[in-house]
Design a protein around this ligand. Structure first.
Ligand code: MN
Length: 319
């Protein structure tokens, strides 16, 4: 199958993925997170595993948690990835095995680089706002950085780019000349775009990146496709701009990056390159101090699930 009305991209668009613009609407599947939070999982999705190095996208809320504990995710390990916590409403208290203790609030970046091994917990503080609304994102680390030392960054102020009807907060990477202070290991972008009712904008994009847009609030057309909050539109590569039309005040997350060409194994909270590596990580979490210890969380740490009966094999960014 070929797409004839496009100039082929000179660099890494292609391979296993789409080589040009597409419009593929991804709906989330409901997943229970901890005891009390329901999330919609957009990535990995049937047929699509990654957008650039973005390899995991959960959207949650807005939920009224006034009389509930809210998010309660006990200590658990990570390997080979970064976690990006992004909130529109509420707050999440992050603790990790480095000793970090940080409340992440709306429009602040909580960025944890697992490198070879880290563990953390995420919880709504006891005193919390009525509403909780946000996204939990993972970025796969490339081979040359996946064994790096673990780190946690909190950036309370992020660069903002404005245009008529549009206010873009750069979460990761670069957009329109503005760069996030968050450490990134592959060329990518994550940005929160807020549009006022009636705004029609053409957002500049990188031709060699692939992109997706996750709708957060409002009602918006992305390149002519209505994307409801909690849904994501995969856009492919080969675009230099993206038309957005806000029917009401709306906000979306733009996720993009150079297609990630390494084959990876993603299982539970780990990303590796072989089934053996994943098996070892699971074993280490259950019975060694490799992933460190999270102090102060009121509850037991998570047990790893059983490994699947079939061997875990490396896979590309498209299923
Ligand atoms: Mn986590």
């Amino acid at each position: 199958m070929s797409n004839l009305d496009l100039r082929p991209s000179p660099t890494r668009c292609g391979g296993e993925g789409s080589s040009g613009p597409v419009k593929e609407l991804l709906t989330g599947r409901q997943v229970q997170l901890g005891e009390s939070t329901q999330v919609r999982r957009l990535l990995p999705n049937l047929g699509r595993r990654m957008v650039g190095a973005w390899c995991f996208v959960d959207h949650y809320g807005p939920d009224d948690i006034a009389d509930e504990p809210g998010m309660q995710v006990p200590p658990h390990p990570h390997m080979g990835l970064q976690t990006v916590s992004w909130l529109h409403e509420g707050e999440v208290l992050h603790r990790d095995s480095l000793g970090s203790l940080q409340t992440v609030r709306p429009y602040e970046l909580g960025l944890m680089t697992s490198g070879r091994a880290i563990s953390h917990s995420e919880e709504s503080p006891r005193e919390h706002a009525r509403l909780l609304h946000g996204a939990q994102l993972w970025v796969a680390l490339p081979e040359e950085h996946r064994h790096t030392a673990p780190a946690f960054e909190h950036h309370g102020r992020l660069p903002v780019v404005t245009a008529p009807g549009l206010r873009s907060t750069v979460i990761m990477g670069e957009l329109d000349g503005a760069a996030s202070p968050g450490t990134a290991y592959t060329p990518l972008v994550g940005a929160d775009l807020a549009l006022t009712e009636g705004a029609a904008v053409r957002l500049p994009l990188e031709r060699d990146f692939e992109y997706a847009v996750l709708a957060m609030t409002g009602s918006i057309d992305v390149d002519g496709v209505r994307v409801e909050p909690g849904a994501m539109l995969y856009l492919g590569c080969g675009r230099t701009e993206l038309p957005l039309l806000a029917r009401t005040d709306s906000s979306v997350l733009l996720l993009g990056g150079e297609p990630f060409e390494e084959r990876i194994v993603m299982w539970w909270n780990f990303i590796g390159r072989s089934g053996e590596e994943i098996t070892q990580a699971r074993e280490d979490w259950m019975s060694t101090p490799r992933f460190g210890e999270v102090h102060g969380y009121d509850g037991a740490r998570l047990r790893a699930p059983e490994l699947p009966a079939l061997a875990l094999k490396p896979r590309g960014r498209v299923r």
